[in-house]
Design a protein around this ligand. Structure first.
Ligand code: ACO
Length: 328
């Protein structure tokens, strides 16, 4: 392994202003605040209400904040990787829209589709660009406008998701950074969590619209079971590979899908609750944005040398973990 590693030098985020409470959801579907909080840990989520704004807008705002935090100007960025399942368009890539708007004139950019694991896949791949020496500065963004694909008449899904973006700047450094990653994919279960129509298999027709096939669908119970096992397994896998015990880990940064999944992961890793970043209560599941949002919310509490395990599970199925040593 080369001594040159990718370190995070800047963190940014964007949250829409509009707060949708559990109470408000009670007026759309047969649910209640107590059920949502006790089954998921979610109290409220942010929704991007402006119909003229989409994922690229949130990504742009998060990216600009991350660049500012890193003290890097947009024209220094070599590549932009934007993880999302809610791109503005099927094509062009949302990364291209962001590239133009932030003025990253020397960067190429592309979208990465790995659902809730998207940010981790993007971060590890951005890290490899830096380690190879082919890129000096990479912008990694996780952004999703989940409200665009959520069916607000389906109580089993509409309570879970929110809109947000998070971003980091990666640069070469020593003594820390991305130390290791493990990623997995299992395409056998693609229909456990997916958006049936709108792709090339089922392009939009009157029928697909009538059947609500452009909304996210999931078998919640099965996803819950797979996610609980998968997130804990992959977190333990990365700890074992790097000889880390629960005591060695300063922070667990779990994907925020359900508080019960997060608790089970932390328990199996042997990590105290105070060392687990949890903000699902305020934002719900923002898909590719949850992990960078946590890094943003906790950035003032991170210390140089902290061992951090990032862990996620999502549609695909996809799952993975990254071992990061904080070096900012
Ligand atoms: N309000 C009230 N009751 C509800 C609601 C609701 N919003 N949703 C479902 N119920 C009912 C069900 O109809 C069911 O009733 P029944 O027993 O009469 O049939 C009962 O509550 C229990 O339903 P379950 O599906 O067993 O509830 P569960 O405890 O599994 O919680 C949930 C459902 C929250 C969706 C859970 O399965 C979950 O979190 N799954 C993971 C899904 C997820 O996070 N996906 C996102 C992407 S993947 C990822 O990020 C990991």
């Amino acid at each position: 392994m080369t001594s040159k590693r990718a370190i995070i030098t800047g963190v940014g985020h964007y949250l829409p202003e509009y707060v949708m409470s559990n109470k408000e959801l009670e007026s759309y579907v047969d649910t209640n605040d107590e059920w949502i909080r006790s089954r998921t840990g979610i109290s409220e989520r942010r929704i991007l209400k402006d119909p003229d704004k989409a994922t690229s807008y949130m990504a742009e705002r998060a990216a600009l904040e991350a660049l500012d935090d890193a003290g890097v100007s947009a024209d220094e960025i070599d590549a932009i990787i934007l993880a999302t399942v809610t791109p503005d368009y099927m094509f062009p890539a949302t990364a291209a829209l962001v590239q133009k708007r932030i003025g990253a004139v020397n960067a190429y950019g592309f979208d990465l589709s790995a659902a809730c694991s998207g940010f981790l896949y993007a971060l590890s791949n951005g890290g490899m660009m830096i380690e190879s020496g082919r890129a000096k500065k990479v912008l990694v963004i996780g952004a999703d406008k989940m409200s665009a694909i959520v069916d607000f008449t389906d109580r089993t899904t509409c309570i879970l998701f929110g809109d947000a973006a998070g971003a980091v700047v990666l640069e070469a450094g020593e003594g820390g950074g991305i130390i290791d990653f493990v990623h997995h994919t299992d395409g056998d279960e693609q229909c456990m969590l997916y958006q049936p129509a709108g792709g090339s298999l089922r392009p939009a027709t009157e029928e697909t619209v009538k059947n609500n096939e452009h909304y996210l669908r999931q078998d919640g119970r099965s996803v819950f079971k797979k996610a609980t096992e998968g997130m804990a397994d992959v977190s333990l896998e990365i700890m074992k590979r790097n000889n880390l015990t629960g005591d060695d880990v300063a922070w667990l940064v779990p994907h925020q899908a359900n508080l019960r999944i997060i608790d089970a992961t932390a328990r199996r890793m042997g990590i105290d609750k105070e060392k687990v970043m949890i903000n699902i209560g305020k934002y719900g599941n923002t898909t590719a944005a949850t992990i960078p949002l946590c890094l943003y919310d906790w950035k003032d509490q991170l210390s140089k040398g902290d061992n951090i395990v990032l862990s996620a599970f999502g549609g695909g199925l996809t799952w993975g973990a990254i071992y990061l040593k904080w070096s900012k």
